[in-house]
Design a protein. Sequence first.
Length: 318
Amino acid sequence: MNDLPPIPYPWQQTLWKRLLSLYEKQQLPHALLFTGVKGFGQLELARTFARHILDRKNLFDAGTHPDYIELRPEEGKSTIKIDQVRHLSDQFKQTSSHYRVAIIEPAEGMNNAASNALLKTLEEPTPNSLLILIAYESSRLLATTKSRCQAIRFGLENKPDTLSWLAEHLPDDISTPWLLDMADNAPLLAITLADEDNRKLRKALLRDFVQLCQHKLDPVTMATNWAKQDTDRVLRCLSQWLHDMMRIEQGIFIENADERYIDLFKKLQQQFANKDVFAIVKLINQTRSELQQFAGLNKQYQLQALFVQLIEKDVCHG
């Protein structure tokens, strides 16, 4: 993705203008909360905005700006710790005639101690300071944290220009609208899903799902294999393929995302002939929603339970 153009991207134009307006009118709050699923370039836009309002841009570009802090989990870790937040708070306590900016990403990655430590900084902001929290799962944030931030939600805007932009950055043999749909309308995720590794992964998933429905692959093995991957993406793919089948049955033309697995897709259609596909999609989406909502659930067990349901309820047949 190094060859992608500078941001703001087409779908960020409205948000970018809103941020510039707040800054130019001196109406910036002390804390912004960027929400929305991954793939909309929240971190990239936050960095671009930070660069815009900070002086000495050469230092920002060199990664040595003294008034810029970025809190992210340490390498190999998934949480942001209290010591990181304390360092940020100490920096923000100092008064300054120019802006200080800190980005916390992902904000839901803060552990309880870190979240509570941040509250004091949010409650007692210093002049010329801006905190940008980026949360992909904002429901996991403390209510008191969210109430002290001005929320800006990222989503798909300016779809025609976004599709045109994507068409310039995707391989010719992939349907741009289909892949954007597969990515839950997140354009940068669509770019990721188009890379060779992800295309091979989707083909392997479709092959295994067909074999599960043919009773050639058992639910335990299927769940064990795919729990190692991004389970949200796995379930999204299964749901998308079944949605496509329903649309085809209604006479709607579907331009498949990758012609390399069109034969497998036809086999899947055969397996689900005369079945209540909508009920199956409902089961898949229910499992996906539960895994999104409850981070502590055992992914392998949830997948296994889903695949057993498909077999036991005879929604798949040999």
